[in-house]
Write a protein that binds this ligand. Structure first.
Ligand code: ADP
Length: 281
């Protein structure tokens, strides 16, 4: 079993980004700036938002976290987003998911100015991605490709299986893999016998949000598995969508959880924010 750790990739790309940030600071007269909106007190969201702010600081960006109580009205959040949209020194805006029920995804995804939508969730940016002319990389799928590229894993010509079809991972990932000339199988909750379809995959991407779903009988030997799941048990132990015990003796490569897809996602968020800042200049 080979573990595809994010660590060396993030270290290398962070150092490169830090150097580019130094250069752009001179040109813009300020650092790239990321504004993060956090609604409610979900502990996992709090952890992610802190990690994003911390990573932004490490590459020389400025960032701010704007917090709202969980019962805030949609209008109050929209008003703040509009202010950020028109604020020149704000390059990237991110509204942390999941949203409380009074904020509907189909509305919120339209709020952030597409030029500042560093999470790549605005329908305009998804449209640009699907038509092969991306403005920003979707953070998790983009991070997965950077990870595979770093380890020299070819996508072109491979049979790939994506488990899950969420708007944030499964769908944009499928689109990116097709644009890299993979042959795509996509399975989801309504797929009868997903395991036998998945077994055809040279590369398997599991983003089902289901702890330990992917077991040995879903895989052929020699496959590359990317685990997008994150689950915390009562004791704080973090595991993914892969049942790692059942596959321990299979000859294959696997992204670890934690330390695989998660840090790569944050890296792409930073790179998107840098891209947005360089376009402002
Ligand atoms: P994520 O944020 O990780 O993408 P979501 O909960 O938004 O997770 O979406 C879960 C996706 O995984 C859905 O598209 C669903 O159809 C798929 N899924 C969930 N359970 C299974 C399963 N047992 N087999 C195949 N696909 C599944």
């Amino acid at each position: 079993m080979i573990l595809l750790s994010a660590k060396p990739v993030v270290q290398k790309r962070r150092a490169e980004l830090l150097a580019k940030t130094d250069a752009i600071k001179k040109r813009l007269g300020r650092a790239p700036h990321l504004s993060v909106i956090l609604i409610g007190d979900d502990p996992a969201s709090q952890v992610y938002v802190d990690r994003k702010a911390n990573a932004a600081m490490k590459v020389g960006f400025t960032s701010e976290t704007i917090r709202f109580p969980k019962d805030i009205s949609a209008n109050a959040v929209l008003k703040r987003v509009r202010e950020l949209n028109s604020e020149k020194k704000v390059d990237g805006i991110l509204i942390q998911r999941p949203l409380p029920p009074q904020l509907r995804e189909k509305d919120v995804s339209l709020w952030v100015d597409p030029a500042k939508d560093v999470d790549c969730l605005h329908p305009e940016n998804i449209g640009l991605l699907v038509t092969g002319n991306p403005r920003f990389m979707p953070c998790t799928p983009g991070g997965i490709l950077l990870l595979l590229d770093h380890y020299g894993i070819t996508i072109e010509g491979k049979t790939v299986c994506v488990i899950g079809r969420s708007a944030i991972v499964g769908k944009p990932l499928a689109s990116l893999l097709l644009s890299r000339n993979a042959s795509l199988i996509q399975v989801h909750r309504s797929t009868p016998d997903a395991a036998s379809l998945c077994k055809l995959g040279d590369l398997v991407f599991v983003a089902a949000g289901s702890k330990g779903l992917l077991k040995r009988n879903w895989l052929k030997p020699g496959s590359v598995v990317v685990d997008v799941g994150i689950h915390r048990d009562g004791a704080g132990k973090i595991t993914g969508d892969v049942d790692t015990e059942s596959i321990a003796d299979l000859p294959m490569a696997l992204t670890p959880v934690p330390g695989g897809v998660g840090p790569m996602t944050i890296q792409v968020l930073l790179e998107n924010t840098f891209t947005a800042a360089s376009r402002q200049g």
